[in-house]
Structure formats: structure tokens, C-alpha cells
Design a binder for this molecule. Structure first.
Ligand SMILES: [Zn+2]
Length: 208
């Protein structure tokens, strides 16, 4: 197989409540999806750029679903990037940890029957986490970022990106603020079964 590549096909200005972002849209040699980078400020050749590598979550990002913390993480990342005046959100089109929207919705029904996110994905014939970060690493390379500080609670994401050649200097955690009966099991599964770094006491105790 030839080496995977990305190509920037379009850039447009996207002003929103957090700031004046530029949206870079990429084509790539691995799939036909439109992966993107939302960029604020001057990041070319910069060190320790604040960066979130976010996997698309239609239900959380767009619908504000309380079943996960994706929407909150996306918005809080933009907020933190705006505070700092520069940064990047790489937006990967791998819905539902890579299993796609239709199986994610099936997994939700299994979760309503009492299975956790990991068990539900396995029952549908998927890995617990089917995400791939190759395109993210190539986009960061194309943007000529020298090193990043990654906004994540997921140590696996750091090791995957590091393996792909991204220089991750630090991790900035995003503790969930919106904890409720709909997402408590999901968050505890992330902590106990996927090694995510969050305050387990706060998740267990919070009322909402
Ligand atoms: Zn989500």
C-alpha cells in the first residue's frame, strides 16, 4: 500500500461565538470522507499549539445529546483555544468511535438494555474503539505545526498520535461539567474500561 496522504482542498473563514476560525477541508488517500481542521490564529511552525483531535459525534456535537460528553468537549476546546488566541481542532469523520451512526444508534439501544459502551460495540462485531488517527497526524503535518499540547482525557490518543510522529508535549484534561443520569455510566466506562483520566469521584457523585 502506498503511503497515506492528505490534500487541502478548501479554506474558509468561520466566525463563531468563540472567535474568527478558519476551516481547512481535506481530501485524503485512505477514505472518501471530508476531514477538517478548525484553526484559530497563527500556528504554522509554532511549538506547543493547543490542539484537540475530535472524532465526529452527530448526536453530541449537533443535537447536544446528554448520552456522551462530545459536544461539551468540542465547545470547551474552542473556548480554551480562543482564550489562548490560537489553536487547532482536527475534526475527524469517524462517528461513534469509528463504527458509524447506524451502529452507534444500535449500540445505544443495547446500552438501554443494560450493556456498557464497550460490550455494546463488541456485540455488534466492532472493536471497543475503532478510531484511527493517521489523517489527523497528516493534517497537523500539513499545517506545519511543530508540537502540540493535546486537549484530551484519553491516554490512548496520545500514544497513537505519538506513534504517528506527532510531537505531543503535554496533555490538557477536559473534566466533564455536565454529568447526568444519561451519561454517568458512559463516563464511568471511559474511566474504568478505557483508562480515561477523569475525576472518578466527581463523576460518581455529581447530581444532575
Ligand atoms: Zn458523543
Amino acid at each position: 500500500m502506498s503511503k497515506p496522504t492528505v490534500e487541502r482542498v478548501s479554506v474558509a473563514r468561520i466566525p463563531n461565538e468563540y472567535g474568527e476560525f478558519l476551516l481547512h477541508l481535506y481530501a485524503n488517500s485512505m477514505d472518501t470522507k471530508e476531514h477538517m481542521a478548525l484553526v484559530l490564529g497563527d500556528i504554522a511552525h509554532a511549538e506547543e499549539v493547543l490542539c484537540r483531535v475530535h472524532s465526529e459525534c452527530f448526536t453530541g456535537d449537533v443535537l447536544g445529546s446528554e448520552r456522551c460528553d462530545c459536544g461539551e468537549q468540542l465547545h470547551r476546546s474552542q473556548e480554551k483555544i480562543a482564550e489562548e488566541g490560537r489553536g487547532i481542532i482536527v475534526y475527524l469523520r469517524q462517528e461513534g468511535r469509528g463504527i458509524g451512526l447506524s451502529d452507534k444508534l444500535r449500540a445505544y439501544n443495547l446500552q438501554d438494555d443494560g450493556y456498557d459502551t464497550v460490550e455494546a460495540n463488541l456485540m455488534l462485531g466492532h472493536q471497543a474503539d475503532a478510531r484511527d488517527y493517521t489523517v489527523a497526524a497528516l493534517i497537523l503535518q500539513d499545517l506545519a505545526v511543530r508540537s502540540i499540547r493535546l486537549l484530551t482525557n484519553n491516554p490512548e490518543k496520545i500514544s497513537e498520535l505519538t506513534k504517528l510522529g506527532v510531537d505531543v508535549k503535554d496533555r490538557i484534561g477536559i473534566e466533564p461539567r455536565m454529568i447526568n443520569e444519561n451519561n454517568r455510566t458512559y463516563l464511568l466506562t471511559k474511566i474504568h474500561r478505557m483508562n480515561h483520566l477523569m475525576n472518578v469521584g466527581a463523576v460518581s457523585r455529581a447530581n444532575g
